[in-house]
Ligand binder design. Structure first.
Ligand code: IPM
Ligand code: MN
Length: 380
């Protein structure tokens, strides 16, 4: 039995709809495994701006800092496009939250689910070789947080991309450790691999990145295969031969871009979860997709990325791996049963709503109970 306080930030656009389904999944886990999850909602993003003129109200930030983990939907939308950068939902809510919580490593697993092999836009023979990779994106540095401004009376703009050795080491370590964990039980034919992605032929920060990752590798991770790759080539290899990747380690902006690409090759951006981790236990869990204002309020968004983010929370924040497995199994079984939200259904088959998908997954979490297992054993 575990007690945990979870701060829930639905945010904007489809955020509230998809977060409701992830909360449902967490409640199902609590019920089945006997945990007590306290789930308290807080305003963030444009929704909070409308209420109090701040996309990240003090009360929300304080609640996130006090919580054992944070679940976030998405923030932003065209309504707040005209706000100055530092007030916009993306910067004020998301980037401030990431830096205030000290989150520097963003784990974004991308894989093709068995039931969704046909949904990948890649050729069947490429998908058949397997797509199962983890992007470890640096989350607290680079151009997103470096100095920015205008010169020349506004006609020149700049965003500085600073990286320190310390920032590179701490995220690289997480990538090597993740590669090791993924390699366990896979057998010697598939050793753990890290592809460190940079642009060292042009950027000084990339040269430091490459030197630092190589030194850390030599000092403590010789059992992990390390390759360095330029980001343009990595973008190409992701669609040409995604099976060659295990863990991809990269800086903030490259990781942002490559993870959207990885999402698309795995079928739908509505399927990819993420965990943002820092030095302390806890962390922030959110789908990699945005607030999709064009489909907000229609009940057609795919809640799976958010539900899988909740599974990552169970595993990384609380160490509840059986519970995380149960959520992931419920997702796999629901897909195998043929349920598809609109993004996955294509034009052909009828699609289920956000809520129907969430109900089906939560129902399966409850149904895989030990009692069900025992009953099945009895009638076998
Ligand atoms: C993401 C998003 C954010 C990012 C934006 C909204 C600031 O695109 O989580 O990938 O770039 O980090
Ligand atoms: Mn992004």
């Amino acid at each position: 039995m575990m007690k945990a306080n979870i701060a829930v930030l639905p945010g904007d656009g489809i955020g509230p709809e998809i977060v409701a389904e992830a909360v449902k999944a967490l409640r199902a886990v609590a019920r089945r495994f006997g945990h007590a999850f306290e789930l308290a909602e807080h305003p963030a993003g444009g929704a909070a701006f409308e209420r109090c003129g701040d996309c990240l109200p003090e009360e929300t930030l304080a609640a996130c800092k006090a919580a054992d983990a944070v679940l976030l939907g998405a923030v932003g939308g065209p309504k707040w496009d005209e706000l100055p950068l530092e007030k916009r939902p993306e910067r004020r809510a998301l980037l401030t939250l990431r830096s205030e919580l000290g989150l520097f490593a963003n784990l974004r697993p991308a894989k093709v689910w068995d039931a969704l092999k046909g949904a990948s836009p890649l050729k069947d023979e490429i998908v058949a070789r397997g797509i199962d990779l983890l992007i470890v994106r640096e989350l607290a540095g680079g151009a997103y947080f470096g100095g920015k401004g205008r010169a020349d009376g506004g006609k020149t703009a700049y965003d500085i991309t600073p990286y320190s050795e310390r920032e590179i080491v701490r995220v690289a370590r997480i990538a090597f450790e993740a590669a090791r964990r993924r390699g366990q039980g896979r057998g010697p034919s598939r050793p753990p691999k890290v592809a460190s992605v940079d642009k060292a032929n042009v950027l000084e920060t990339s040269r430091l990145w490459r030197e630092t990752v190589s030194a850390l590798h030599a000092a403590g991770y010789a059992d992990v295969e390390l390759e360095h790759m330029y980001v343009d080539n990595a973008a190409m290899q992701l669609v040409r031969e995604p099976s060659r990747f295990d863990v991809i380690l990269t800086e903030n902006m490259f990781g942002d871009i490559l993870s959207d690409e990885a999402a698309q090759i795995s079928g739908s951006i509505g399927m990819l979860p993420s965990a943002s981790l820092g030095a302390a236990r806890g962390g922030l869990y959110e789908p990699i997709h945005g607030s999709a204002p064009d489909i907000a309020g229609k009940g057609i968004a795919n809640p799976v990325a958010t539900i899988l983010s909740a599974a990552m929370m169970l595993r990384h924040a609380f160490g509840l791996s059986a519970e995380a497995d149960a959520v992931e199994r419920a997702v796999a079984d629901t897909l195998a049963a043929g349920l598809r939200t609109r993004d996955l259904a294509g034009g052909a088959s009828p699609a289920v709503s956000t809520r129907e998908m969430g109900d089906a997954i939560a129902g399966r979490i409850l149904l895989q109970s030990r009692r069900a297992g025992a009953l099945c054993a009895e009638i076998r």
